[in-house]
Ligand binder design. Structure first.
Ligand code: SF4
Length: 254
């Protein structure tokens, strides 16, 4: 019997795909979620999204009869970061942040894809639902023959996918402060996302700052393309200490 899996991230498009499968009675063997870990105990997802996935979405789908298969690589982000380099001019140093000069991130290659590839090998011939919306022409063209988009089949756009999730109480809180899910240590994160991490999860922010300062790593100064995390920290700190005209006048009169 053919197997049907959904590649699920907890984001709106893949969550809406699962809801469409339920609504229309489409075959769905399981949802497959691959979780990158920061270390052995801490999810690499932005904490609000990790909490949504594990305490809201997975229980909801399991309750509605859809199994969620959670895959994790043995290798965590910290394993990658502190991995010793064994050849070349940097021999003996440590890898550091996972961003190449061309902007490619090695975490996907090293921590996300291996368990997914193994799962695919174990389920040869399965069909995969991908959360690609009706209005995402470019991504649609890149789908291979084993992949199907239910959002395309039922003509659901990205905006409509969010509405479907919202109606079912399954829209991740991440959309309140980021355009999409991802790792909280992502070197491609936007300033707003870094600010959110610093303000709401200072323990994780401090760990990243400590890693940024480690002089043993090859890329101690590369987080994103222009600024280091320490630069961001200084900018945020400066912003926090700005005295506004409003606060100044308020202090004078109270
Ligand atoms: S979210 Fe960022 S760090 Fe995580 S796999 Fe994607 S590019 Fe890499």
């Amino acid at each position: 019997m053919a197997e049907y899996f959904l590649s699920w991230s907890g984001g709106a498009d893949s969550t809406a795909t699962s809801l469409l499968a339920l609504e229309h009675g489409e075959p769905l063997t399981a949802m497959v979620y691959c979780e990158v870990m920061f270390d052995q105990r801490t999810s690499g997802e932005v904490p609000e999204h990790a909490e949504f996935i594990h305490t809201v979405a997975i229980p909801w789908f399991e309750h509605h009869g859809i199994h969620v298969e959670v895959l994790r690589s043995q290798k965590t982000f910290c394993d990658y970061f502190y991995w010793p380099i064994t050849k070349g001019p940097n021999i003996g140093k440590l890898h550091g942040f996972p961003l190449s000069r061309k902007g490619r991130c090695s975490i996907k290659r090293d921590c996300k894809l291996p368990p997914l590839r193994q799962f695919i090998r174990q389920h040869k011939g399965a069909l995969w639902y991908l959360g690609i919306a009706y209005d995402e022409d470019n991504r649609m063209k890149s789908m291979d023959q084993n992949a199907v988009s239910l959002l395309e089949k039922y003509r659901v756009t990205q905006a409509e996918a969010r509405e479907i999730c919202k109606r079912n109480g399954l829209l991740s809180p991440i959309y309140k402060f980021a355009p999409r899910g991802g790792c909280f240590f992502c070197p491609n994160a936007k300033e707003k996302e870094l600010r959110h991490l610093r303000d709401n999860h200072p323990d994780l922010w401090d760990r990243l700052l400590g890693m940024q300062s480690d002089q043993r790593v090859v890329r101690p100064n590369s987080f994103g393309f222009d600024l280091t995390l320490l630069d961001y920290e200084n900018n945020f700190d400066f912003d926090d200490r700005q005295i506004t005209w409003e606060s100044l006048t308020r202090e004078e009169w109270t």
